[in-house]
Design a protein around this ligand. Structure first.
Ligand SMILES: *[C@@H]1O[C@H](CO)[C@@H](O)[C@H](O)[C@H]1NC(C)=O
Ligand SMILES: *[C@@H]1O[C@H](CO)[C@@H](O)[C@H](O)[C@H]1NC(C)=O
Ligand SMILES: *[C@@H]1O[C@H](CO)[C@@H](O)[C@H](O)[C@H]1NC(C)=O
Ligand SMILES: *[C@@H]1O[C@H](CO)[C@@H](O)[C@H](O)[C@H]1NC(C)=O
Ligand SMILES: *[C@@H]1O[C@H](CO)[C@@H](O)[C@H](O)[C@H]1NC(C)=O
Ligand SMILES: *[C@@H]1O[C@H](CO)[C@@H](O)[C@H](O)[C@H]1NC(C)=O
Ligand SMILES: *[C@@H]1O[C@H](CO)[C@@H](O)[C@H](O)[C@H]1NC(C)=O
Ligand SMILES: *[C@@H]1O[C@H](CO)[C@@H](O)[C@H](O)[C@H]1NC(C)=O
Ligand SMILES: *[C@@H]1O[C@H](CO)[C@@H](O)[C@H](O)[C@H]1NC(C)=O
Ligand SMILES: *[C@@H]1O[C@H](CO)[C@@H](O)[C@H](O)[C@H]1NC(C)=O
Ligand SMILES: *[C@@H]1O[C@H](CO)[C@@H](O)[C@H](O)[C@H]1NC(C)=O
Length: 739
């Protein structure tokens, strides 16, 4: 007998709720304080629980879940049926009872329960066609589902589906197999909304009543382990145990609108979250919402769809190396030095083959920049190194040249113009020792004209040689000389000890050197005898001062105002030949033998200068015959030959008496005595000169005294008056910086 019925329990349930609460529609809110958990089942919006209508979507009646806390765990109920879980993807698992059809031994029906092929038309729910099976159990059983046409509303045609199961004894039943022997299953169509379930039998179970008095029929989740066995055929099986089986329902959020309709008038649009999409149900009418690709969460709640950080999990991204999350998306990237799209399913990441893809521009640029950097760095380093080295060198020279000692000495003075110059100061003063600045090239070095920063013009003497062993003495003399303040002595302004050889700075005398005036200025205007004598007297005075004050022993030194430097030149027999030519003609011949300069050496040198003043001849002149090249030697011979007046300078000869000239010549001869001890002291020379300047008496040209002097001046006075002076005849002289 066919059972054809339409149970509206579920619908009734739902409509009841609908009526009771249709007035209270409200917009959903993501900030609801709504209970969303029942037991261990989460109840996501649009589903809700409790009285608060804002916890439901507009059609709250369909989504009203009640939670019966009297069970442990509490049971979530929808329309009185236990809900197992709810998925926002549009599924809901719910427990439904099974239907049965039971007979007596004689074949009379004893009980019938259709389970619940209940009406779910006009609700958001549809049996999931993909996840449910229609199942029948029994050995004399036919079970059908018949759909009814509701053409008016949906334009559907009626349909029927079901399965048939039969068996003659339990032996033929295979435990766990639902393939038509005692158990059968059927897939179900989509859009299953309005239908009836029919359970039928061919022989009212009369043939199988022994072991199978009932037929059962139900929808069930295909994943449910039915575990069909022979015992399920017995009378006491499903029915007695009041077994319920899980069923999967598809749900939509709005059952009577399509997405097109819903988005046209968004007033009631249910997809409230950004990054959500509307999709029409593929199983019946209505639409549901879904988060857009790359987002997850609840599309029915504003802001419910959250970006998926695909990069968090290796399984959710498809990148070979680096994954970069983006809103709703992610990118793949290869590491530095790799190329390819970075995707596992794409070209992946392969190490860059440099030969293939040589980044010419990059390399050129990189190399260029590196080189530039290197160049700058090395230049700087070199400059720094040089500066450091030169500083160290300067320091070394400074110490070597007695700078510390000098500093100490200077510091004890009260006020002083003497200054220790830096090498840079002198370099800038002389325009880096420019050749055009050279004002003299003396025996001991080169003299430059320099301009200091304060515009003071100075003479800067760069020595050529230095004797390190005499530094202490040199510094002493430098110290003393710098304190000499005499009109006849060139003022020593300072020195620089930072160079290999000491550099001396003097006041600059612009009037020209004595050498210049005697030998180079020509005869016009020639210097008067009076002036010559004055010059001689002043030189002698200066020397005297020098000797008295400083025990200076070198006339050459004071004459050239660089006696300090002269001390640095070792005066001994081996070195003498290398001695610069400048001082040669003035050098005490005795000194050549002893290697020692004494006060009397200065007297000798002065004698030579006096001769120069008298004769206008140079101390050493290559124009004279070889024996006469040395002026001193030459003069002694001239005196011997009584030819004084032939060698005197013209103006000198004409300006005074022969007596005075003879007296001057005699003074010169005395100074030039070979034996230093027989020479007058400097003081005597000064006194003599003073006397001579006032000399008026006339004497014979060649008197006894002169003869005696001549004798003493000659080397072999007693034996050979023709004895010759052989020393110093090959040298030229240049006087610098003397007055
Ligand atoms: C809820 O708990 C029951 C038993 O405690 C368990 O069988 C079921 O799988 C749980 N459901 C969920 C959704 O966790
Ligand atoms: C939901 O259903 C329960 C009864 O099952 C009812 O008490 C409650 O008021 C309903 N909620 C709403 C918002 O209608
Ligand atoms: C909960 O379930 C129990 C047992 O089925 C029932 O007695 C009770 O009334 C239910 N409570 C609610 C609030 O529905
Ligand atoms: C079975 O039903 C028939 C009529 O439908 C009736 O006559 C008969 O008495 C019933 N048998 C039993 C055992 O109830
Ligand atoms: C299936 O049923 C049999 C007996 O009815 C039972 O022994 C067995 O454990 C069940 N298997 C499962 C997986 O439930
Ligand atoms: C099938 O299961 C029943 C219990 O449910 C058992 O008694 C029977 O022996 C089983 N049959 C086979 C073939 O395993
Ligand atoms: C859709 O259903 C709701 C109730 O669920 C009803 O209020 C509304 O009028 C229906 N709309 C249409 C177009 O049928
Ligand atoms: C949108 O629908 C609401 C009711 O659902 C209605 O009041 C409103 O007029 C509609 N708007 C348009 C533009 O159709
Ligand atoms: C919703 O989106 C996810 C991923 O974006 C997809 O897997 C799922 O099938 C979609 N569901 C529906 C109902 O469109
Ligand atoms: C690789 O897979 C992603 C999705 O995982 C897809 O978006 C992309 O287009 C695929 N790329 C290729 C080259 O197939
Ligand atoms: C040397 O003699 C030459 C001619 O013989 C003459 O030109 C020159 O000026 C002389 N030099 C000196 C310094 O007298």
């Amino acid at each position: 007998m066919a059972l054809h019925w339409l149970v509206q329990v579920f619908l009734w349930c739902l409509s009841l709720v609908t009526i009771s609460s249709s007035s209270s529609s409200s917009s959903s809110s993501s900030s609801r304080k709504c209970q969303s958990i029942c037991g261990n089942i989460s109840i996501p919006y649009p589903f809700g629980m409790g009285q608060d209508p804002t916890c439901f979507i507009n059609d709250q009646s369909f989504f009203n879940i009640s939670c019966n806390e009297s069970f442990t765990p509490p049971k979530a109920l929808l329309g009185g049926q236990e809900v197992l879980d709810i998925s926002l993807q549009g599924q809901l698992r719910i427990k439904f009872p099974i239907g049965w059809d039971c007979y007596s031994k004689s074949g009379n029906r004893t009980s019938y329960f259709p389970g619940f092929p209940f009406e779910i038309d006009r609700t958001p729910y549809t049996f999931s066609n993909t996840r449910n099976r229609f199942t029948a159990i029994g050995c004399d059983t036919q079970a059908y589902v018949t759909g009814y046409p509701f053409q008016d509303l949906y334009g559907r045609l009626d349909f029927r589906f079901g399965c048939l199961s039969s068996c003659w004894n339990t032996a033929s039943v295979i435990n766990g197999s639902c393939t038509g022997i005692g158990c059968c299953q059927s897939v179900i169509p989509a859009d299953l909304k309005v239908f009836d379930v029919e359970i039928k039998s061919f022989n009212d179970h009369t043939d199988v009543w022994r072991f199978n008095p009932c037929s059962y029929a139900f929808f069930v989740d295909q994943d449910f382990n039915l575990n069909f066995s022979v015992s399920d055929l017995s009378y006491t099986s499903f029915r007695d145990r009041n077994e319920q089986v899980p069923v999967v329902l598809d749900w939509v959020v709005v059952w009577n609108k399509t997405c097109q309709e819903a988005t046209r008038n968004k007033t009631d649009y249910a997809c409230l979250s950004q990054n959500s999409e509307c999709s029409d149900s593929t199983n019946g009418p209505g639409y549901r919402c879904n988060c857009s690709a790359g987002y997850q969460g609840n599309p029915y709640v504003p802001g419910g769809c959250k970006d998926i950080d695909e990069c968090k999990d290796k399984k959710t991204h498809n990148c070979k190396q680096m994954c970069i999350n983006m809103p709703g998306d992610y990118h793949c990237k290869g590491r530095e030095g790799y190329h390819g799209d970075g995707w596992n399913n794409g070209t992946g990441c392969t190490a860059v083959a440099y030969a293939k893809e040589f980044p010419v521009l990059k390399v050129i640029l990189g190399t260029g920049l590196s080189l530039l950097f290197l160049l700058i760095a090395s230049t700087w380093t070199y400059w720094f190194w040089r500066k450091r080295r030169s500083m160290k060198l300067k320091e070394k020279f400074f110490q070597q040249n007695g700078g510390l000692m000098l500093q100490q000495k200077i510091s004890t003075r009260r006020s002083d113009t003497f200054k220790i110059f830096t090498i840079e100061e002198l370099e800038s003063a002389t325009n880096n020792y420019c050749a055009s600045r050279i004002v003299g090239q003396g025996g001991f070095g080169i003299v430059y004209k320099g301009v200091l920063l304060n515009n003071r013009v100075v003479a800067i003497k760069k020595s050529k040689l230095v004797d390190a062993s005499q530094i202490d003495q040199f510094i002493n003399e430098l110290d003393i000389l710098s304190q000499v303040n005499h009109r006849n002595v060139v003022k020593l302004l300072g020195c620089c000890l930072e160079d290999q050889v000491p550099i001396l700075v003097y006041e600059f005398i612009s009037n020209g050197t004595l050498y210049y005036h005697i030998h180079e200025a020509g005869h016009f205007p020639s210097i008067s005898l009076e002036n010559r004598l004055r010059i001689a007297a002043e030189i002698a005075e200066a020397l005297l001062i020098c000797i008295l004050l400083l025990q200076c022993q070198s006339f050459i030194g004071i004459l050239m105002a660089d006696f300090g430097v002269s001390r640095l030149v070792p005066i001994d027999h081996t070195e003498i030949t290398t001695l610069v030519t400048g001082t040669w003609g003035y050098l005490d011949p005795e000194c050549l033998q002893t290697g020692k300069l004494t006060d009397k050496s200065d007297v000798y040198s002065f004698g030579v200068v006096l001769l120069e003043l008298l004769t206008g001849e140079k101390a050493v002149c290559l124009n004279r015959s070889q024996d006469d090249r040395n002026l001193a030697t030459y003069f002694v011979r001239v005196m011997k030959e009584n030819r004084l007046f032939q060698v005197l300078e013209e103006r000198v000869r004409s300006e005074t008496s022969a007596e005075q000239l003879m007296a001057i010549a005699q003074l010169a001869l005395r100074c030039l005595k070979l034996n230093g001890e027989k020479r007058p002291t400097m003081k005597e020379v000064v006194v003599d000169l003073q006397r001579l300047r006032g000399f008026q008496n006339h004497h014979t040209v060649r008197d006894q005294e002169t003869e005696k002097l001549l004798c003493e001046t000659s080397q072999d006075c007693t034996e050979d008056t023709d004895g010759q002076y052989s020393t110093g005849s090959h040298f030229d002289i240049s006087l610098t910086l003397s007055r």
